[in-house]
Design a protein around this ligand. Structure first.
Ligand code: ADP
Ligand code: MG
Ligand code: MG
Ligand code: MG
Length: 400
């Protein structure tokens, strides 16, 4: 009697990634080429190309590439990522790459090649505008949230999904890097000495640290909806007529305002960076105005679409009660402003920065803008309850 070889994880070489695609028949051509194109910190990304066809093979590594093998990280995140993409495709098929194959032992997802698109962060740094971005992200966040909420799902199905998207190791990264370390003198922080007085001011601000702690507590405890969990502008592909959300390996059930908060924070950071990237004053104003419009339209789309689904498709009897939706949206908005503040601070002084600010070669300008970011982030966290409309948020960004 023969026993089938036990399937085991191994990190793929270029040749093995190519062979996998060929053996699965995902590309019918025989002459293929392959390159590793990942720019991320945690995973390998191979592009396998024929003459007319191409696919992307994403494989999780058992450790964080940025730190090395000393930081082990669960391979289960590859299963979570492909499950989240497949789940999102039920509600927003036009906004995610098609998943062609998954293998949870190899920690591989093979998906549609989106090379015709540009990573939003890159395009925005080049001062390009994307007319669909706000609407598409608002729709993405509203639909993926509503259809995984208790307003829509049977309580058994909701709890089954919460279990299946349990993602403790990736959540811990967010809990540490977004909500904890930037508010303490922690070794993961990363900022130039010139900013030390500004950073020490944050660390000694008792009100700020308390409010950041309360936001962290919400992130830890509120399993409201299935989130993307890492919805910054590096997780979004754009072109003029299309938007695609990628990289949901941080997906888990968390507070409804988190994805939107993270997204608008990254647009706000790009807004600040335009002081440098958009050199000519007239263009700069136009670019920055469009960014603030993007923030406003994202929230409004999210609010309208979530409200429409809530009214038309809720199965929960209390959804019909006056004020439930209004209360939920008010709380979600306040949370989103607070989460945005945390994201702005962590991207400025924490472990993973954004190229929007870090690519500014003149260090005086870079530090000047980072100081503005820190002040903006801190004030959003502390006074989030008094920001009651998205226009008040964008005027805070404008005034920063
Ligand atoms: P990580 O989790 O390591 O950040 P990402 O999923 O963000 O990995 O992918 C890293 C990079 O690989 C992206 O910025 C993009 O350049 C490329 N990439 C990822 N998915 C695709 C895709 N479906 N099509 C084309 N390029 C992709
Ligand atoms: Mg990346
Ligand atoms: Mg990524
Ligand atoms: Mg990722």
């Amino acid at each position: 009697m023969t026993t089938a070889a036990k399937a085991e994880y191994k990190a793929l070489t270029n040749e093995e990634a190519e062979a996998l695609v060929k053996n699965l028949g995902l590309i019918s051509e025989t002459e293929l080429s392959v390159s590793e194109i990942g720019d991320g910190n945690l995973n390998l990304v191979f592009k396998v190309t024929g003459v007319n066809e191409s696919v992307i093979v994403k494989q999780a590594l058992p450790y964080a590439k940025v730190v090395g093998e000393s930081w082990p990280l669960t391979l289960d995140r590859a299963r979570i990522e492909s499950d989240a993409l497949i789940h999102a495709a039920k509600y927003v098929p036009h906004l995610v790459p098609k998943v062609l194959y998954t293998d949870s032992i190899l920690a591989v997802t093979i998906m549609e090649d989106l090379s015709s698109h540009t990573i939003a962060r890159k395009g925005l740094i080049e001062s390009n505008a994307y007319a669909l971005l706000a609407r598409d992200i608002g729709i993405f966040a509203a639909r993926t949230a509503f259809y995984t909420s208790d307003f829509y799902l049977h309580p058994f199905e909701k709890k089954r999904l919460v279990q299946s998207f349990s993602n403790p190791e990736l959540c811990k990264i967010t809990e540490d890097l977004v909500f904890t370390d930037p508010f303490f003198d922690h070794e993961t922080n990363d900022f130039p000495e010139e900013l030390r007085p500004d950073v020490e001011q944050l660390w000694s601000d008792a009100e700020l640290c308390r409010e950041a702690g309360l936001l962290k507590y919400q992130f830890l405890t509120q399993a409201e909806v299935l989130l993307h969990g890492d919805l910054h502008t590096g997780s979004i592909f754009v072109k003029e007529d299309s938007t695609k959300v990628i990289d949901p390996e941080f997906a888990f059930f968390g507070p409804l305002g988190f994805d939107i908060g993270q997204f608008i924070a990254n647009i706000a950071l790009n807004y600040l960076s335009q002081h440098h990237h958009s050199q000519e004053p007239f263009n700069r104003k136009e670019t920055q105005d469009k960014l603030l419009k993007t923030i406003e339209e994202t929230w409004k789309t999210f609010e309208n679409e979530f409200s429409r689904l809530f009214r038309e498709e809720s199965t929960e009897p209390f959804a019909g009660t006056d004020g439930v939706l209004e209360n939920l949206l008010e709380k979600t908005f306040t949370d989103a402003i607070g989460f945005a503040g945390c994201e702005i601070i962590r991207r400025t002084i924490g472990l993973a920065h954004v190229a929007d600010l870090d690519s500014i070669s003149c260090s005086d300008v870079q530090h000047y803008l980072k100081r503005k970011a820190l002040k903006l982030g801190a004030s959003l966290i502390k006074t989030r309850s008094s920001v009651t409309t998205i226009e008040q948020f964008t005027s805070r960004v404008r005034g920063a």
